[in-house]
Design a protein around this ligand. Structure first.
Ligand code: ADP
Ligand code: MG
Ligand code: MG
Length: 898
């Protein structure tokens, strides 16, 4: 088995197709090398070795790798003309993680490995640059100490132990920036760092480069099972057996002085999707300095630099002198970088996120990957790539992540409210959106209030979970490519970064700006599109959807074979869904209408009535209201099919349970309080979800079915008179036996016929049923002989197939998910393996007696992408989901059909 893959010197063993084996980073380093992009030579240890490590442990993995790695190091030595561990001309390397999908900052990297007290002297002599050599050495101890030796801050308010030593020295020397340290300072730091390591871990810092190397490789493997990586995998549903690859690569140095630097760039704007090359860099810096916000980074392009200066309120002359773009400062390097960014985007046919380093006037590319982006940028980039001819329509659809579309539907700040807003400071518009929340200063307190704005000097990978919980992210340091910005865009979360005017005091939990203080719990708002930080709350409104969004939606129609309907109980919801392209209503829950204040009384009267006559009287009061509802909904849907479900929940849900309201009801109905109480007690059930509900209501109180049918049919006839077409589909809930359906159908049809006679007019309508009790799925062939359509009610079907009460499952589901007894909440993601069998069987059996039986799904799963795919495979005619999930379901339906 090949465990080690070489790259560099315009050659490579691997290529970009081997992401599963080499990880994304390794596969792309190989690919870049092969197409002639300058990457420092190195090798990749495969993800399979990570799996071996997890099973067999350190010793046997080293045993298996030893020879290959020695050969690979020798090959790097040859290309670089240096020697690993040499005291005169040492080879230094980086050890980098890299899973098959990018998990930015989720795992750990060690730079400058191979240094010790002898090698550092070799580096000094060879480069004639003592400052650089000692700076590299102190960085190495710092990184190796943190990543491999576990030198972490003791509490969250504490600084990193190494940072603390540095801060201390800066105070003593009265300096601010890392770049102000003298050679002697750096040398002192190295010895202080080593002492700190010895003190905290009890061991000397390893001096043998090979020990250093194996330690780092194992640490990368370990980081795959670190908290951050586990959380990230959970968030995205990635399995834990993928493992990470390890990339070992010759170092190139951005910290060799004014002719060196390091940076990050994007071939397009990751926030908006605009086709503009952009990025940030720092002179005389290394590795993560740009991302970590150590100093304020500068812009790559002149245009970007000018835009940035405008936001930061910096004069043009000041900008050009003190913060010049790379384009201005190093025009030839910029031209070369620009050439590579074009080449790479063209090669990968997608927006690239690249890392580069300039060592003494020579440009090296260290990484490329498909860039993380916001939902809006995702849509814009796909449409533009399609128009550029870089991808075809099917590829365009497949590139849209259904769940990321949701971001485009989030509310934005009301333009009028923004005019009145008090802007307290300005940062960079790192990730668009509108966020309002209460200030918190620590990631693990992001859930301290319902809506929070996580406010940090800068964020780090440890903060991931808190960033995910917070409504918005605000940082005082760091640019558009900082950790906070990149992660926020990936999450589609509003973020304002690098607001330099903010003074954040973690100890006292206060934010100071312009002489004012904001404390933990104070409300602020962030405008991620402008970078404005606003005092208090700002009102929001519905977003306007861009033209590109519409173009994607049109494409979905071209390719999908299954329709998407919506679940809507009001004309307003129906209209929203229609605007999102819903092709009908798959579920109108009639009971929701009864809960409105003006109706609940009549409903309660109906329930409390002891006689058929009393019930009919109350139902007559309800009839005109229901009819109005249906007219509104039918009108909103303009001739599209509308499925109306007859009354479903147990009656107990409608009656008052508090003494005061019971008394009110008694007075109104002129009966005694005890009569009301008795009735309420009578309705109480041990197991309401398995009790007197669904068609069991209509079969015991047929007059309810009669009234509802009358409301539906009369509404349709009324609209017909006004020239509006309707397609009502009446749906009987919760049947388990065919006779339950037959009885209800009889009532529905005879009521309809009676109305047709009365009005001397008629309309077409369907009578179908929900399949939500396992027995109904089993009996589907018999039921389909009578029913015009089936709609799988997968909420109840899941509840009854698992035997999990939906209302009580909170008590154990989380534990089940944590322990891995279940991998997903079956109420969110359809259990294709189990419940899915009933859906397939129900559909097949139903169509065995009625070949063109219309089949759909209502229930939460209808808007969940993997479930939509399943429905498509099952041969359903439509899925139905809540209005805001309609675009997502349409996309998922199209993707399923491609
Ligand atoms: P991440 O996956 O967190 O981005 P990387 O492995 O890409 O981690 O490395 C972290 C930083 O170190 C990046 O800025 C990268 O460019 C830099 N880096 C990695 N290897 C080298 C190297 N051989 N020479 C110079 N810089 C490097
Ligand atoms: Mg990287
Ligand atoms: Mg149900």
């Amino acid at each position: 088995k090949k465990r080690v893959y070489l790259f560099g010197d315009k050659k490579a063993d691997g290529n970009s197709k081997l992401k599963n084996l080499l990880g994304g980073k390794g596969a792309n380093l190989a690919e870049m090398s092969a197409i002639g992009i300058p990457v420092p030579p190195g090798f990749t240890i495969t993800t399979e070795v990570c799996t071996e490590y997890n099973i067999l442990g350190k010793d046997s993995v080293i045993e298996a790798l030893k020879e290959n790695v020695q050969e690979a190091i020798a090959s790097i030595e040859k290309t670089m003309g240096t020697k690993f561990g040499d005291s005169e001309n040492p080879l230094l390397i980086s050890v980098r993680s890299g899973a098959r999908v990018s998990m930015p900052g989720m795992m750990d990297t060690v730079l400058n490995l191979g240094l010790n007290d002898e090698a550092v002297m070799g580096l000094v002599n060879k480069t004639n640059n003592a400052r650089f050599a000692w700076d590299s050495y102190r960085r190495f101890i710092q990184m190796y100490g943190g990543v491999v030796l576990g030198m972490k801050p003791k509490t969250k308010e504490d600084l990193d132990p190494f940072e603390e030593i540095m801060e201390h020295l800066k105070d003593k020397r009265n300096i601010v920036l890392d770049t102000e340290f003298t050679v002697q300072d750096l040398r002192d730091l190295v010895y202080d760092f080593k002492d700190a390591v010895k003190k905290q871990t009890g061991h000397d810092f390893p001096t043998d480069p090979w020990d250093q190397l194996w330690g780092a490789v194992m640490a990368v493997f370990d980081s795959w099972n670190g908290d951050r990586a586990i959380y990230y995998r959970k968030m995205h549903g990635y399995p834990s057996d993928w493992g990470t690859a390890v990339n070992v690569q010759a170092m190139v140095f951005g910290n060799m002085g004014d002719n060196s630097g390091t940076g990050v760039c994007f071939t397009r704007d990751a926030a908006t999707g605009e086709n503009i090359f952009n990025g940030e860099y720092l002179i005389d810096a290394q590795g993560e300095d740009v991302v970590a916000g150590v100093r304020t980074p500068q812009q790559i392009t002149k245009l970007g630099s000018q835009r940035w200066a405008e936001l930061a309120k910096i004069e043009e002359t000041d900008r050009a002198e003190n913060y010049p773009s790379l384009e201005e400062l190093m025009p030839t390097i910029y031209a070369e970088l620009n050439e590579y960014q074009h080449k790479l985007e063209k090669h990968y046919c997608d927006m690239q996120d690249m890392e580069f380093t300039i060592q003494d006037g020579k440009l090296w590319i260290l990484q490329t990957r498909n860039g993380k982006r916001t939902g809006a940028a995702m849509v814009k980039i796909v449409i533009e790539l399609l128009k550029e001819g870089a991808i075809d329509e099917k590829e365009a659809l497949l590139r849209i992540e259904p769940n990321k579309l949701e971001e485009l539907l989030h509310p934005v700040f009301d333009t009028n409210a923004l005019k009145r807003a008090h802007v307290i400071a300005q940062g960079l518009p790192a990730s668009p959106g509108a966020a309002t929340g209460q200030l918190v200063f620590f990631a693990d307190e992001a859930n301290k209030f319902k809506n929070t704005i996580l406010t940090r000097i800068e964020t780090s990978p440890e903060d991931l979970e808190g960033m995910n919980i917070a409504k918005g992210i605000l940082t005082a340091r760091g640019g558009m490519t900082s950790h906070a910005a990149v992660v926020a865009r990936g999450m589609g979360k509003c973020c304002v970064s690098g607001a330099g005017a903010l003074k954040i005091d973690y100890k006292n939990r206060v934010l100071r700006v312009d002489g004012k203080e904001y404390h933990e719990g104070d409300w602020i708002s962030l405008n991620g599109s402008t970078g404005n930080i606003i005092e208090g709350k700002v009102a929001t409104m519905e977003p306007e959807l861009s033209g590109e969004f519409g173009e994607i939606m049109e494409l979905t129609n071209k390719y999908s074979t299954m329709q998407v309907r919506t679940n809507a109980d009001t004309p307003k919801d129906a209209r929203i869904a229609r605007n999102f392209g819903a092709q009908g209503i798959g579920l109108t829950r009639t009971e929701h209408m009864f809960f409105q204040v003006d109706r609940i009384k009549a409903m309660r009267e109906m329930i409390l009535a002891d006689t058929v006559k009393g019930r009919k009287h109350a139902l007559e009061e309800l009839l005109p209201m229901q009819r109005d509802d249906f007219e509104g909904i039918f009108e909103a849907m303009q001739g599209l099919p509308v499925t109306v479900r007859l009354l479903d929940p147990p009656l107990h849900e409608f009656v008052p349970h508090q003494m005061a309201t019971q008394k009110e009801l008694a007075d109104e109905m002129h009966i005694s309080l005890s009569a009301v109480k008795n009735k309420v007690a009578e309705l109480e059930e041990f197991n309401p979800m398995l009790g007197h509900r669904g068609c069991r209501l209509g079969n015991t109180y047929p007059e309810i079915t009669e009234m509802q049918t009358r409301a539906i049919i009369e509404a349709a006839l009324n609209l017909k008179e006004r020239g509006i077409e309707t397609k009502p589909e009446i749906m009987v809930p919760l049947i388990g036996t065919v006779n339950e359906f037959i009885e209800q159908e009889k009532i529905i049809r005879s009521t309809a016929n009676k109305i047709f006679e009365e009005r001397n007019d008629s309309i077409d309508y369907l009578v179908g049923t929900m399949i939500e009790i396992p027995r109904a799925a089993l009996m589907a062939d018999k039921i389909a002989k009578h029913a015009d359509f089936f709609s799988f009610g997968t909420n109840d079907l899941t509840q009854m197939t698992f035997g999990y009460s939906r209302d009580d499952s909170g008590k154990f589901l989380n534990v089940y998910l944590e322990k891995g007894i279940l991998t997903e909440d079956p109420f969110e993601v359809l259990d294709q393996e189990g419940v899915g069998q009933l859906v397939i069987m129900g559909t097949e059996r139903g169509r065995s007696t009625k070949p063109n039986l219309k089949v759909g799904i209502c229930g939460e799963h209808g808007g969940e992408p993997s479930s939509v795919e399943f429905c498509n495979k099952t041969g359903m005619n439509y899925v139905s989901c809540s209005p805001f999930r309609v675009p997502i379901a349409r996309l998922a339906a199209a993707q399923a059909a491609i």
